[in-house]
Structures are given as structure tokens and as C-alpha cells.
Design a binder for this molecule. Structure first.
Ligand code: SF4
Length: 151
């Protein structure tokens, strides 16, 4: 319910995808729901070109390729794979400066790293202690809602 400026920009950036008006060509899967039984995850993809096998996640402005970005596209890839699509390449697209970054298809060890993160998320307990990183918190869009945030 609570949106800060980055979330509003992100929502605008995804508007053509959410409304499925990015392209009328059938090869583009736009904003479809995806699911992986293996990992127990679901979500939405941005764009997948079923002719070339290219998966594209668009973001308003990419300054750095965070691990979270990688995990997000890995998750989309694993869901699509389980749904019978072959993802041959993955891209992050920065809309404001029109830059595209290729994310290599995850290796077996990167898939294991992803599986461990999912496992940690599934076994996380709200009462577990956390050690917030003040630099990260200062950039976090949820800081106004977070008890752990110490300005
Ligand atoms: S403000 Fe809260 S949710 Fe955001 S990074 Fe810090 S601890 Fe995490």
C-alpha cells in the first residue's frame, strides 16, 4: 500500500508489461504469472521472447547488478523452465539510460546458491535476530515501515 518514489517509477516502468501492451507479437510473453513446484515460488516475469529464448527484466535505473537482481531472474528462469520454456539468455534492461546487461545462465553452483537462499527464506522466523546494515537501510524503500531501521 505504501509507495516511495522508486516504487512509483518502477510501477510506471512496468506499466506496458502489466497491461500486456509492450508488443502484439505472439512471440512475446508479457507479464505472465510463473510458478516453480521445485522451489515453491511464484511471481511474474517481465518479458520472454519465445522465439529466441531471451528473458528480459526491465528496471527503471540499474546502477549495480545486485545479487537480488540475479536471484530474481534466476527464479523467473527456473519457473519458465519448469513450465516447458527454454531460457537461452537473460538480460536486465535499465530503462532510464537504455542499457542492457547480460546475466549468464546460472551454473550448477549458482543454482545451488539460489536454492540455499530460497531455503533460508523459507525457514526464516520473524523472531530470528537480524543485523541491519545501516548503509543498506538508508537506501531501503521499506525503512519507514521497519522496526529495525535506526536513522
Ligand atoms: S530498513 Fe529494515 S527492511 Fe530495510 S534493509 Fe534495513 S532492516 Fe532490512
Amino acid at each position: 500500500m505504501y509507495h516511495e518514489r522508486p516504487q512509483k517509477s518502477g510501477k510506471l516502468a512496468h506499466e506496458t508489461i502489466d497491461k500486456q501492451i509492450y508488443s502484439t507479437e505472439k512471440k512475446w510473453l508479457q507479464g505472465i504469472d510463473v510458478y516453480s513446484q521445485q522451489y515453491g515460488i511464484c511471481g511474474k516475469i517481465d518479458l520472454f521472447n519465445s522465439d529466441t529464448g531471451a528473458l528480459v527484466e526491465r528496471k527503471n535505473k540499474i546502477k549495480q547488478i545486485y545479487d537480488g537482481y540475479r536471484y530474481q531472474v534466476y527464479a523467473q528462469m527456473f519457473c519458465l523452465r519448469e513450465m516447458g520454456y527454454e531460457v537461452k539468455s537473460i538480460f536486465l534492461h535499465s530503462l532510464s539510460d537504455n542499457k542492457r546487461y547480460e546475466i549468464p545462465i546460472p551454473t550448477l553452483s549458482e543454482e545451488q546458491e539460489f536454492a540455499e537462499i530460497i531455503q533460508q527464506m523459507k525457514t526464516y522466523k520473524i523472531t530470528d535476530p537480524i543485523s541491519p546494515n545501516p548503509n543498506k537501510c538508508a537506501q531501503c524503500i521499506y525503512r519507514e515501515l521497519c522496526d529495525a531501521y535506526k536513522p
